[in-house]
Design a protein around this ligand. Structure first.
Ligand code: IPD
Ligand code: CA
Ligand code: CA
Length: 257
């Protein structure tokens, strides 16, 4: 199945690359910061058509179209374009994220880093890979030497959720903090050892399904801000190399939402 997920992720990536910095329709979702483009929808249609043809009994949960056959044994959880704001403005940081979930757990996950043409992948129990190469999280345990990443929710103006306070706290505790704009890539860059940790206050199942497995299979740890195990429906996410995890938890817990 992993080969099939990789195949369709690359096909979706081709659509996205083809639309990059071209004219495409843009609509607002919940507010003027929350966008969906014609390319998000074309990528999603390609992936959903592929699943219906190749795996007709499987269910789907996809960002722009919702849920189909939700009681199926296998559910494909899809973000057809993660990093839409970057894409819409021509910033080349975005991805396709697909996780296949069985009994609530991701068994295979793929994130396609579209502009770098890199496939990040993992199967439960078989390790995580960047292309053909096995990946491992960083071995750094010193927060002062850590490069961290986070993301901001689209409803931040009405629901600030201590986003700025937490960002501020990590600016003082870590070497540096980044905000890239594609949660799926944030996970993969933790898995490949670029970032030592990633936190975000509100994510969706399609942001988490592939990335969580990829981090765990690369030897990292993924929980909520209290160190509790999570599933793809949890909102809060803390994904790290495992070594800086508790240090990050303590800082995140200074603020109660
Ligand atoms: C968003 C990105 C972003 C994160 C947001 C997500 P989208 O996904 O992953 O990095 O901060 O929370 O909603 O809307 O570009 O698919
Ligand atoms: Ca997303
Ligand atoms: Ca998306």
């Amino acid at each position: 199945m992993l080969e099939k997920i990789i195949e369709v992720s690359k096909q979706a990536g081709e659509i996205i690359r083809g639309g990059y910095r071209k004219d495409f329709g843009i609509e607002f979702k919940t507010n003027k910061s929350d966008l969906v483009t014609e390319i998000d929808k074309r990528s999603e249609k390609l992936i959903m058509d592929f699943i219906k043809k190749e795996f007709p009994t499987h269910g789907i949960l996809s960002e722009e179209s919702g849920s189909f056959s939700k009681d199926a044994e296998y559910i494909w959880v899809i973000d057809p374009l993660d990093g839409t704001t970057n894409f819409a403005h021509g910033l080349p940081i975005f991805s396709v994220s697909i996780g296949v979930v069985r009994n609530g757990e991701t068994i295979a996950g793929v994130v396609y880093d579209v502009m770098r043409d890199i496939i990040y992948s993992a199967e439960k129990g078989s390790g995580a890979f960047e292309g053909e190469n096995k990946m491992h999280v960083s071995s750094n345990g010193d927060l002062e030497q850590s490069l961290l990443v986070t993301g901001f929710p689209y409803d931040i103006k009405s629901n600030p959720s201590h986003v700025i306070e937490r960002f501020n706290a990590f600016l003082f505790e870590a070497r540096a903090v980044r905000r890239l704009g594609s949660a799926a890539l944030d996970f993969c860059y933790v898995a490949s050892g670029i970032f030592d940790g990633f936190w975000e206050v509100v994510l969706n199942p399609w942001d988490i399904a592939a990335g969580k497995l990829i981090v765990e299979e690369a030897g990292g740890k993924v929980t909520n801000f209290n160190g509790k195990e999570i599933d793809i429906f949890s909102k809060q996410i803390l994904a790290t190399n495992g070594i800086v995890h508790e240090k990050m938890e303590r800082i995140l817990q200074r603020f109660q939402d």
